[in-house]
Design a protein around this ligand. Structure first.
Ligand code: TZP
Ligand code: MG
Length: 210
């Protein structure tokens, strides 16, 4: 069965920015009841990524566990899904390799790309950067929260908002209609990752009732 991405805080790893490493960060994220975990590793070689993914797969049995970029790793560890961007394999190649029961998330930057991703069959879109960020060096220009609103008016699949999200601007992202939000530097660089995610989850609960 395909796992569902529920609303809430969608946790993404970053070993370069992390204080305690991906494994400890994910343990903290799970304690904070995140709605999904994405293993994103842009720094290590394929062997290390596979080894780490094996450990993370076991840890993340209660939430959807997706792998960024590495299709072969996603398959090898039986991840719940794969997240792809414009420089990765195409959606149709990924779907062919993973079959109908795995989650495929697609990064988008415009309404047109978002609608195309939904039409292709993507399970969710990652929209960003919403705000300026230095975490992703090749990030496109920030799209702002108006685009979240626009996309949510005409699309059904979950929208995961990412890029430059902080405790200060998260309410605006949630009120605009994001189903999930991510904050990489906003969490993994902090001394207590669980405590930090708790704050986003609280904002999510408060602002999604508005
Ligand atoms: N995709 C778009 S922006 C971004 C990614 C992976 C980086 C988000 O990091 P941060 O620290 O939450 O701005
Ligand atoms: Mg990618």
């Amino acid at each position: 069965m395909k796992r569902i991405i529920h609303k809430g805080f969608y946790f993404i790893t970053d070993s370069l920015l992390s204080k305690k490493g991906n494994i400890e960060d994910i343990k903290s994220a799970l304690q904070a009841h995140v709605c999904a975990v994405q293993y994103r590793n842009k720094n290590d070689d394929a062997d290390f990524v596979l080894k780490e993914a094996k450990v993370l797969r076991v840890l993340c049995h209660e939430v959807p566990f997706t792998v960024n970029d590495f299709l072969d790793v996603a398959i090898a560890v039986d991840a719940d899904g794969l997240h792809i961007g414009e420089s990765d394999i195409s959606y149709s190649q990924a779907r062919k390799a993973l079959g109908p029961y795995k989650i495929i998330g697609v990064s988008v930057h415009t309404l047109e790309e978002a609608m195309r991703a939904q039409t292709m069959g993507a399970d969710y879109i990652g929209l960003g950067p919403i705000f300026p960020t230095s975490t992703k060096s090749d990030a496109q220009a920030p799209c702002g929260t108006e685009l979240i609103l626009k996309i949510k008016q005409c699309m059904k699949i979950p929208l995961v908002a990412i890029g430059g999200i902080s405790l200060d601007n998260a309410p605006e992202v949630i009120v605009a209609g994001a189903d999930c939000l991510c904050a990489i530097s906003g969490t993994v660089t902090k001394p207590d990752v669980k405590k930090e995610i708790d704050k986003y989850c609280k904002l999510f609960r408060m602002n999604s009732l508005l």
